[in-house]
Design a protein around this ligand. Structure first.
Ligand code: TXA
Ligand code: MG
Length: 333
């Protein structure tokens, strides 16, 4: 979907006035504010109900526009930006002294991303500055991949929603920290570890020495209906037993439904990871509306092409492990 110049100008003017604008990126929709205006940034946290300690990604048009936000461009980061920007890659870098702690959650690093979606690029060009934007969902919920999902999530908490159609990637960006001598994969996404390693050599996994990523440690990307992952070979038996016990079920699978029941909603997303990833969040939203007692998700294949999907499903399932009755606050961005 191509940007409408009048809407883009309207959106840029709202950002300049310190208002919130939701906009599409190729990964998911973002809830944007002028990253240089701490009052505008505070509105993001209020609209999402997100803890102020969770840092935001600042969206920029490219490498030159990234420079004012950082204390230096480490060589590895620069090579990654040259290879993958604009695109679904976020770089965590040492922050410039001038960056507001409202954006970085008080950390001494900053996350930067140059999105590829034409509407996001047009907005960045018209606005001229950095746009701080988390995914445009309320705290703890699934990221929106369609403009209608943003309206459902945020309603009148956002001044304007730019409609850019359905997101092509459908999963949040790959996040890589380039701090010190190590390059660490903080969140898997469409840019894979081997693509990163082809450019810069070794990329390590998160460990005790890695930067903190507030919001990724517990339940995340979760529908309201309890969700569990079932080994592919066990799914049919599990569904059969649950239906026999009177349950109403929603199932997300790589394979077609083996049988039909009025108490069974079955979504098959196929066995191609790019198509599966693109459709995942919309499917979870639909299944969440199926009045099911549980959402069962057939485990996805192993391997790098599925790693971002497996990661998001594991976070979505984690909600079950943190029962509200125990007073545990789920932690999600
Ligand atoms: O695809 C995406 O990345 C989308 C689109 C809108 O760009 N954005 C997105 O933002 O997913 P959000 O806020 O929902 O997730 C960003 C994650 C959070 O877990 C946050 O804690 C982490 O990035 N993060 C941000 N700044 C960080 C930093 N300086 N160090 C470590 N983690 C950081
Ligand atoms: Mg998020």
């Amino acid at each position: 979907m191509l940007p409408d110049p009048a809407r883009i100008e309207e959106a840029a003017a709202l950002l300049r006035a310190g208002e919130l604008v939701a906009f599409p990126t190729e990964t998911v929709y973002g809830l944007g504010a002028d990253a240089s205006n701490p009052w505008a940034v505070a509105k993001i946290f209020a609209a999402k109900g997100r803890p102020a300690s969770h840092p935001l990604i600042v969206h920029v048009s490219g490498i030159e526009a990234a420079r004012p936000w950082i204390a230096g461009f480490p060589d590895a980061a620069k090579r990654l930006a040259e290879a993958f920007w604009p695109g679904p890659l976020t770089l965590v870098l040492p922050k410039a002294a001038t960056v507001s702690p409202a954006v970085t959650g008080g950390q001494d690093s900053i996350a930067l991303r140059a999105p590829a979606h034409p509407v996001a690029r047009a907005l960045l060009a018209a606005f001229g500055g950095g746009i701080a934007a988390p995914s445009a969902n309320r705290y703890g919920r699934i990221s929106p991949t369609r403009a209608a999902d943003v309206h459902e999530e945020l309603g009148d908490r956002v001044a304007l929603v730019l409609d850019g159609g359905d997101c092509e990637v459908g999963l949040e960006s790959t996040i890589v920290a380039c701090l010190g001598d190590r390059v660490t994969l903080l969140r898997p996404g469409a840019v894979s570890r081997s693509q990163l390693q082809d450019v810069i050599g070794e990329v390590v996994d998160t460990d005790a020495a890695s930067p903190r990523v507030p919001g990724r440690d517990r339940s995340h990307y979760a529908p309201g209906t309890p969700l569990s992952i079932i080994a592919a070979g066990m799914l049919q038996a599990e569904v059969g037993n649950a239906l026999a016990a009177g349950e109403t079920l929603a199932v997300l699978a790589c394979s077609a439904a083996p049988f039909a029941s009025p108490r069974l909603t079955w979504r098959c997303l196929g066995n191609r990871p790019i198509e599966y990833g693109r459709a995942l969040y919309a499917a979870l939203r639909d299944l969440d509306r199926a009045s099911a007692t549980r959402i069962l998700v057939e485990s996805v294949p192993g391997g790098e092409a599925w790693s971002a999907i497996a990661d998001r499903l594991a976070h979505a399932a984690a909600r079950g492990a943190w029962p509200a009755a125990a007073g545990v606050v789920t932690d999600s961005t």
